[in-house]
Ligand binder design. Structure first.
Ligand code: PMP
Length: 418
C-alpha cells in the first residue's frame, strides 16, 4: 500500500459519470446484473464516437485508399492519412512517415523481427528480452533465433516484478544488437524505466524496441523523449477497435529495412524482367488493403483519449488500484503478484484453495468480468510458481463503486469454491 501511494495523483480529476455515458456497452447487464468490466488490459471498451466512425465510413465514403481518383477514394485516403497524423502527434513522433499501421502490437513486433531482425541479426549476436514480456515479444524472437542462430538473454525480475537494472547492464556484450522490452507489463502492471533502458542500450550500440500495448492507454507516451527506436501498440487496448495497431520506427531505420510482406501498395514498380522496386516509408511496410475503417476509428479513439487526458486517466486508475488493493487485501489467503512501486492499474492475484479459472467463471455470474489465466506471460508466472492468476485491470470509466462490487463478489465466490 505504501509503495502504491508513491505515485503522484496531483493530475486533474475525471468526470467519470460523463465518460461512462459515452460507452453504450457499460449500460448492459450480464446474468441479470450491471456489467462491471475489469478486463481492460485485454481489451478496453469503445466510446460512441469511435463506433460512429465505422458507421460514417461504411455509410458515406467506403472506398479503397491511395489509388483512386474519385471522391470517395479521396475522402477515405484523407481520413486514413489523417489518422496517421493523429498517431504521430499521440506518440510525439517527428514525422508521420515513421507511423506504420499494422494489425496490432503482435504484428508490429513480427514486422521488426522479420524486416529489421532478418537483415541485422546473425549467429552469435545477442538480443535482450525481459522476463516480464508478453509472448508476442518473446516468440517472434525465438522463431527468428532458431533460424539465424542469435542468442536470447533474459533480463531478470525481482520478487516484486521489477526489472533488475544492475543485471540488465551486465547482460550487454559487444554482440548485443537489440533490447526488446515492454513499457508496462500486462500481467503485473510494472512500469519499466524504458527511457533509462534506451540510454543504456544506445550507449552499448544496441537498439531498443518498446512494446507499448499497455502504456498507451494509461499514460502519455513520447517516443522521442524515451528515445525508442521502435514502439508498438494496439488500437483495441486504447479505446479503439480490434484489427489495427501501430509500429513507430525511426525513419532512418525503416528506410534501411527491407520490406516484410509483399503485395500491392508497397511497391513502386513491378516487372518480371527487372524485379520489383519498393515504395517509400511508410507504404513499403503496408502491403495490401489495410483495415481502413479501423485505422480511421483508431484516430478517433486517440483524439478521444487525448481529449480526456492521459495524465488524468492514469491518476484516476491509480486511485482505483489503491482502492482495489486495499479491498482485496482483506481477503484471507489472497496473494497479490506484482507489487512494483508506481505500478499501473493492474491487480493480479492468486487465492489459496481457489483456482483462478473457477473464480473467473463464478464472478462472471455476478456480472463482473476479470481475466484469468497466464496472461500470455508464462515465463513470468513460472518464476512465481503459478500457472494462472486472476487479473482485474482498470480504465477511465471504472468507478470506486464498481471496485466495491468486485471485492464483494470476489469474497462471495471464494467462499463458494473453498
Ligand atoms: N504486449 C502486451 C504487453 C500486451 O498486453 C498485449 C495484449 N495482451 C500484446 C503485446 C499483444 O497485443 P495484440 O494481441 O493486440 O497484438
Amino acid at each position: 500500500m505504501n509503495e502504491l501511494a508513491t505515485r503522484d495523483v496531483d493530475a486533474p480529476t475525471l468526470d467519470v459519470a460523463a465518460i461512462r455515458e459515452e460507452f453504450p456497452i457499460l449500460a448492459r447487464q450480464v446474468h441479470g446484473r450491471p456489467l462491471v468490466y475489469l478486463d481492460n488490459a485485454a481489451t478496453s471498451q469503445t466510446p460512441r464516437r469511435v463506433i460512429a466512425a465505422f458507421d460514417d465510413y461504411y455509410g458515406r465514403y467506403n472506398a479503397n485508399i491511395h489509388r483512386g481518383l474519385h471522391t470517395l477514394a479521396d475522402e477515405a485516403t484523407a481520413a486514413f492519412e489523417g489518422s496517421r497524423e493523429t498517431v504521430r502527434g499521440f506518440l510525439n513522433a517527428a514525422d508521420s512517415r515513421e507511423i506504420i499501421f499494422t494489425r496490432g502490437t503482435t504484428e508490429a513486433i513480427n514486422l521488426v523481427a522479420n524486416a529489421w531482425g532478418r537483415a541485422n541479426l546473425k549467429a552469435g549476436d545477442e538480443v535482450l528480452i525481459s522476463r516480464l514480456e508478453h509472448h508476442s515479444n518473446i516468440v517472434p524472437w525465438q522463431l527468428l533465433a532458431s533460424e539465424l542462430g542469435f542468442v536470447i538473454k533474459v533480463i531478470p525480475v525481482d520478487e516484486r516484478g521489477v526489472l533488475d537494472m544492475a543485471a540488465y547492464r551486465e547482460l550487454f556484450s559487444e554482440r548485443t544488437r537489440l533490447v526488446a522490452v515492454n513499457h508496462i507489463s500486462n500481467a503485473f502492471g510494472t512500469v519499466n524505466p524504458v527511457k533509462e533502458m534506451a540510454a543504456i542500450a544506445h550507449a552499448q550500440g544496441a537498439l531498443i524496441l518498446v512494446d507499448g500495448a499497455q502504456a498507451t492507454p494509461h499514460q502519455p507516451v513520447d517516443v522521442r523523449d524515451i528515445d525508442a527506436d521502435f514502439y508498438a501498440f494496439s488500437g483495441h487496448k486504447v479505446y479503439g477497435p480490434t484489427g489495427v495497431g501501430v509500429l513507430y520506427g525511426r525513419a532512418v531505420l525503416l528506410q534501411a529495412m527491407p520490406p516484410w510482406q509483399g503485395g500491392g501498395e508497397m511497391i513502386r514498380t513491378v516487372s518480371f524482367e527487372d524485379g520489383s522496386t519498393f515504395a517509400e516509408i511508410p507504404h513499403k511496410f503496408e502491403a495490401g488493403t489495410p483495415a481502413i475503417a479501423e485505422v480511421i476509428a483508431l484516430g478517433e479513439a486517440l483524439r478521444w483519449v487525448s481529449g480526456v487526458g492521459l495524465d488524468a486517466i492514469g491518476a484516476w486508475e491509480h486511485r482505483l488500484l489503491v482502492h482495489a488493493t486495499a479491498a482485496v487485501s482483506r481477503i484471507d489467503g489472497l496473494r497479490i503478484l506484482g507489487t512494483a512501486p508506481g505500478k499501473a492499474g493492474v491487480l493480479s492475484f492468486v487465492v489459496d484453495g481457489a483456482h483462478a479459472q473457477d473464480i473467473g467463471l463464478l464472478i462472471d455470474q455476478l456480472g463482473v468480468a476479470i481475466r484469468t489465466g497466464h496472461h500470455c506471460a508464462q515465463p513470468l508466472l513460472a518464476q512465481f510458481g503459478v500457472d494462472a492468476t486472476c487479473r482485474a485491470s482498470f480504465a477511465a470509466y471504472n468507478t470506486l463503486d464498481e471496485i466495491d462490487v468486485f471485492a464483494e463478489a470476489l469474497t462471495r465466490v471464494i467462499g463458494m469454491v473453498r
